[in-house]
Write a protein that binds this ligand. Structure first.
Ligand SMILES: NC(=O)c1ccc[n+]([C@@H]2O[C@H](COP(=O)([O-])OP(=O)(O)OC[C@H]3O[C@@H](n4cnc5c(N)ncnc54)[C@H](OP(=O)(O)O)[C@@H]3O)[C@@H](O)[C@H]2O)c1
Length: 312
């Protein structure tokens, strides 16, 4: 089958990747219509990530294993793949899929799983965001950041401020931020810091993302007493503290927990329109190269999605 495969430290298109096996207990085989991609896809080596790249997908269930109660053949679904999502077919754990509403486009549904679930858990589970609260989203124009802005509003935040470069300010405001701060402007960053402890939750989607981004001190300076910064990347020491449950008070790293129930909740919170897609690419040699080049540039505005098969 056609797929994006990990080979020689890179991700490349292959026309003859091995198709997944038949679904076993609690598994669903999905004919993939679209696959969203995330930085973790190019960061994970083949040994950990498997031969086929990608976690997020939307498609049609073509076979269901024993024990699957929530899905049947022909259902339109979205969520997480266990065998790699950027492929014509993907094996999924039934507990990590949700039914896709007909009105939600496959390409939009494919953008949701990792970024949107990460943001929901960052804000609600770890950030304990309450209606009326205030949120600062750092890296507000990327896959996680933009979903964080939208979900903070959907969860009832009274004020959402986005840290983003000025070229993306309007995009971030359109997603629900009341204002933006340009991280490339020393004056704007100093003005933000001089506001002091203003935010109940800081959602840091930028620190440790590969180009020396570091917002640890800035986040601490603007966090209200009793508030929490939720970070989704950091230094190796931060990951060790997460693993050994020794995180400092006020700053938490998190790893996304893949599950069906919260995928379903995303639709209730967001509706079926307005998912920001940075770019769509075909499952072809040129398409896979362009999609991952775009993602690796760290300039994506919303989600990068690869279309796998025509819907219908
Ligand atoms: N822990 C977890 O479970 C988990 C889950 C998902 C993602 N992650 C990690 O979270 C990070 C973000 O993921 P993502 O999918 O949102 O990435 P992404 O879509 O590639 O992020 C791109 C965005 O980052 C912004 N950006 C780049 N440099 C920045 C800087 N110095 N300050 C502020 N913004 C900056 C860019 O905005 P401008 O063009 O305006 O600069 C761009 O919009 C990655 O490191 C990823 O691996 C972790």
């Amino acid at each position: 089958m056609k797929a994006a495969v990990r080979t020689g430290g890179a991700i490349r298109f292959s026309a003859c990747a091995k198709a997944p096996r038949k679904p076993g207990m609690n598994e669903v085989l999905v004919s993939v219509r679209a696959a969203g991609i995330n930085p973790i896809d190019y960061k994970l080596p083949k040994l950990l990530g498997g031969p086929v790249a990608g976690l997020d997908l939307a498609g049609v269930a073509v076979a269901v294993g024993h024990g699957v109660k929530d899905f049947k053949e022909g259902d339109e679904v979205f969520g997480f793949a266990k065998s790699g999502s950027v492929a014509e077919q993907a094996l999924c754990d039934g507990a990590k899929l949700a039914l896709k509403p007909k009105e939600l486009a496959f390409t939009d549904a494919a953008a949701l799983a990792t970024a949107y679930l990460t943001s929901l858990q960052a804000l609600r589970t770890h950030g304990k965001l309450q209606a009326g609260g205030s949120v600062l989203v750092i890296g507000a124009s990327g896959g996680c950041g933009l979903s964080g802005v939208k979900l903070a509003k959907a969860l009832g935040a009274a004020e959402v401020v986005g840290v983003t470069s000025s070229k993306n300010a309007e995009l971030v405001k359109a997603a629900g931020a009341s204002r933006t701060v340009d991280y490339t402007s020393e004056a704007e960053m100093s003005a933000l810091l001089s506001e002091g402890p203003t935010f109940d939750v800081v959602y840091d989607c930028a620190t440790g993302s590969g180009k020396g981004e570091d917002y640890v001190k800035a986040a601490k300076a603007v966090l209200k007493p009793g508030g929490v910064t939720v970070a989704i990347n950091g230094k190796p020491g931060d990951w060790m503290r997460l693993i050994f449950n020794m995180q400092p008070k006020g700053r938490k790293m998190m790893l996304t927990k893949q599950n069906s129930a919260e995928l379903g909740e995303l639709i209730k919170l967001l509706g079926t329109t307005g998912i920001e897609i940075d770019s769509l690419h075909e499952l072809s040699e040129a398409g896979v190269d362009a999609a991952f080049d775009r993602l690796k540039s760290r300039r994506a505005r919303g989600k990068v999605v690869i279309t796998v098969m025509e819907a219908g």
